[in-house]
Each structure stands twice: as structure tokens, then as C-alpha cells.
Design a protein around this ligand. Structure first.
Ligand SMILES: [Zn+2]
Length: 433
């Protein structure tokens, strides 16, 4: 007996040989996808969901977020990057308590679930609280606290981010069938030293973790590294062993061709954050070129105060349009390739390519359903085009992770959203000023 059966529904499988089934059946049992076909399964189902005017697809994967920053949504818009960071963001962050960050995590996870994101790679602090809440609310998460070593008396052994990683490894890594995982993290080349990178990479290697870091986000940081050290940030990381483990490199806006080759050879995934890069005036990452050279490219939203939402549908469309606009070639990054960024490629970046990212029998049932009964989604000639160029997060009517319904028709099933607003107001907003 299946737990859930979606009947007569448009299916985006993300399988290369048949990415779309125009009318089919998807069955879920014990948190896994048990049936994907044009024909109905023989067994019955505890719950049948009619697919009339609906589309089912893999849940989206956000490979670069600072989820709790949504408490600063709209707080620092239209500032120059340096003022944005030093006058607005850092002062607030220096005041944040665990309760404030947790309130932000709750708000951000609620938004992601609402908008069809089922898995997130989050980089922030107080990740033990975030891990506990991820387990509660049902989202899939790779959590990291980035090591920053700006102070001259930085000590790796007593550093808070390192201690938090060790605690995450002990208490949460691999919890609920790998749904919650710890990632290692270096904030960026310019905020730490080779000694710190080597030590962090060793923890990643010893525990088979992903390394999450920022890479060549701005022209300034990239060029200063070259001017001071004679090498690019990517080459510095490569030569110091950081790229010896699987890496999610956020932004990659200013990578040189040689950097891209190094990243491709090392298996580094670029987490492309087009909206954040545009909003902060950082530039446009050349992801078509990266892909041509063999790099895996996925998508992220970055923090909500440089975005200002966690709506990955916006990122998918922005990514496709920017590559077409900057290369002058409208055939570049077609709808299927653009959708891969937020599904298959995201799963690969997170080290979850055999778990999620496709609707495939045996994969975890991380699924989202879109309601196509809306003027902006009609008519449908090609479901892939409809989703990439027409859909938005608010078209998601159901979000499922590991077979569990987290959101359905306007209602969060695992998060008390009114209480979250109260907690943000009480614990977080007084510190954002
Ligand atoms: Zn970031």
C-alpha cells in the first residue's frame, strides 16, 4: 500500500532520457519514490491526489543561503557594497543572539518550504539550533558555520565556528537518514589564512564533508588577492589542498578561465546567486563558460538582505536570462538546463546526487506540486518552459520532503507561522536597527 499516489499529473522527472511525462502517476512509500510511470500502479494508496491542472517535479535545491538573514529583509537595500556590509550588516550581526538567529531560521525555512525549496546549504552561525529546527520542520539541510580568521589572536582550536562544526558532527550529522548534514566551511580567501584552510579541509576530509565557501564574489577581492599574492583565490585554495574535498563555491563571479579549469578538474561546484550578484552590483558569473569547461553549476539565493526572497524560481529564470543576454545567444542555458541548476546539479553539489534532484524510483520523495490553474501559466506547450519562464514560488501548492507533507494549499503543516512572526518580532527585530 502506497502512502501517497499522485494520479494523472504532469511529471517533470529531470531524467535526461525522458524529462517530462505529460500525464502519469507518482507513488510514495516510506519516504521514498516507489512508482513513476505513465500507467497506474497495481497497489492502492492511503491517499490519492488528483493531478488535474497540477504539475509535480523534484523539490528545489538552494546551495547557498544565509537563511537567518531574512530578519534583515529590506533593511539595507540600495547601499554600496562596502557600506552595506560594514555600516549595516556587520553591526546588526554583532548583536544577534541565538534566539534572534533561530527566529530568522524559522522564518527562512518556512519561506523556502512555501516556495518549493526542499533542500538548503546554509552558512551562518548558531547552527546547532538550526539543525534541531530542521529536524523538527522537515526541511533537508546541509549546515555550516564559516570560519573567519580576521583577528590576529585567532585560535583554530577554540574558534566558535570550529567548535560548532565539531558539535554538529557529534550530534546532528547524518540525522534522519542523512536529511540533516554538517558541512565544513571557510568564509572566503580574504578572511582567513592558508593554515586555517588546511585545518578546516582536514576536518572535511576526515569526515567526508562538503566544504562550503565564498569564491571571487567581487572584482575587488579577486584583484586584491592577485595583486598581493600573485595568484587568484581559486589557485590559492587549490594549492593549499582546499579543493581536495568536494566544494560548493558561492558566486565565482570573477573566475578566470584558468580558475574554471582548476575548479572543473577538482570537482568544485559553483553556487550561482544571480539575483544577489545583481543587487549588490558584483557582476554576472559566466556560468555557461564554466559548464562548457566541465564545472557543475547550481543555484543559491544568498542572504535575504541581498535578494530579498528565498524564491528559487526567480534565480532559475534570472540565471537563464543573464546567460542569454550576456552571450548574445538565446539558445544558451535552455529551460531544461536552467531547471537542472536548481535540481540535479544542486543535489550533486550537496553530495546528494543519489538521494534527490530527480523523480526516480528509489530516490527520497522530495517533491513539489505546482498549481497550473492560473492565467500566467496557461496554455502549457512545454512544461519545462512553463516552469522556468512562467512559474514563481507562490505557484507551489504542496511541498513534500522524504514523503512527509510540509506545506499544502496555503498551510504549513510543521511550522506555526504566526508564532514564527511573533518570535521574529520579539527576539530579532529589536536588534535590527
Ligand atoms: Zn554568501
Amino acid at each position: 500500500m502506497l502512502d501517497i499516489l499522485f494520479t494523472d499529473i504532469t511529471i517533470i522527472t529531470m531524467e535526461d532520457d525522458k524529462p517530462v511525462i505529460n500525464r502519469g502517476f507518482v507513488g510514495v512509500i516510506g519516504g521514498k519514490i516507489a512508482h513513476v510511470s505513465e500507467t497506474a500502479p497495481e497497489e492502492g494508496a492511503a491517499r490519492k491526489i488528483s493531478g488535474k491542472d497540477k504539475l509535480i517535479m523534484p523539490g528545489l535545491v538552494n546551495t547557498h543561503a544565509h537563511t537567518a538573514m531574512c530578519i534583515m529583509r529590506g533593511y539595507a537595500d540600495d547601499y554600496a557594497l562596502h557600506d552595506w556590509l560594514y555600516k549595516k550588516i556587520f553591526p546588526v550581526e554583532s548583536r544577534l543572539t541565538e534566539q534572534a538567529v533561530l527566529a530568522g531560521v524559522k522564518l527562512g525555512f518556512a519561506e523556502m518550504i512555501r516556495f518549493g525549496t526542499t533542500s538548503v546549504s546554509d552558512m551562518y552561525f548558531y547552527q546547532l539550533a538550526a539543525a534541531k529546527f530542521a529536524l523538527e520542520c522537515g526541511i533537508r539541510a546541509n549546515l555550516s558555520n564559516a570560519v573567519l580568521a580576521l583577528s590576529p589572536d585567532f585560535d583554530f582550536e577554540t574558534d566558535r565556528a570550529v567548535a560548532e562544526l565539531r558539535e554538529l558532527l557529534k550530534s546532528f550529522h547524518g540525522a534522519d537518514g542523512r536529511r540533516v548534514r554538517a558541512d565544513a566551511s571557510i568564509h572566503a580567501q580574504y578572511t582567513s589564512t592558508p593554515d586555517v584552510w588546511k585545518k578546516t579541509a582536514k576536518i572535511a576530509r576526515d569526515n567526508r564533508l562538503i566544504m562550503h565557501l565564498h569564491l571571487s564574489e567581487t572584482k575587488r577581492e579577486h584583484e586584491e588577492c592577485v595583486a598581493q599574492l600573485g595568484k587568484t583565490p581559486a589557485r590559492m585554495f587549490y594549492e593549499n589542498g582546499v579543493f581536495g574535498v568536494p566544494v560548493i563555491a558561492a558566486h565565482c563571479t570573477w573566475l578566470s578561465e584558468e580558475d574554471m579549469e582548476i575548479c572543473a578538474e577538482s570537482g568544485v561546484s559553483c553556487a550561482h546567486n544571480p539575483v544577489s550578484n545583481l543587487k549588490l552590483g558584483s557582476g554576472i558569473a559566466r556560468i555557461s563558460q564554466m559548464q562548457k569547461l566541465g564545472m557543475n553549476v547550481s543555484l543559491g539565493t544568498d542572504g535575504c538582505c541581498s535578494n530579498n526572497t528565498h524564491d528559487l524560481f526567480e534565480e532559475i529564470k534570472a540565471a537563464a536570462l543573464l546567460q542569454k543576454g550576456t552571450t548574445g545567444d538565446p539558445t544558451v542555458l535552455n529551460a531544461y538546463s536552467a531547471l537542472k541548476l536548481a535540481t540535479v546539479n544542486g543535489a550533486k553539489a550537496q553530495g546528494r546526487e543519489n538521494e534527490i534532484g530527480r523523480i526516480r524510483e528509489g530516490f527520497d520523495a522530495d517533491l513539489i506540486v505546482l498549481d497550473l490553474d492560473a492565467p500566467h501559466l496557461y496554455p502549457v506547450f512545454d512544461p519545462l518552459s512553463t516552469v522556468v519562464y512562467g512559474a514563481r514560488g507562490s505557484d507551489v501548492c504542496m511541498t513534500v520532503v522524504k514523503g512527509k507533507v510540509l506545506y499544502e494549499n496555503g498551510e504549513h503543516k510543521t511550522i506555526d507561522i504566526e508564532r514564527v512572526y511573533d518570535e521574529v518580532e520579539k527576539y530579532a527585530l529589536p536588534l535590527v536597527k
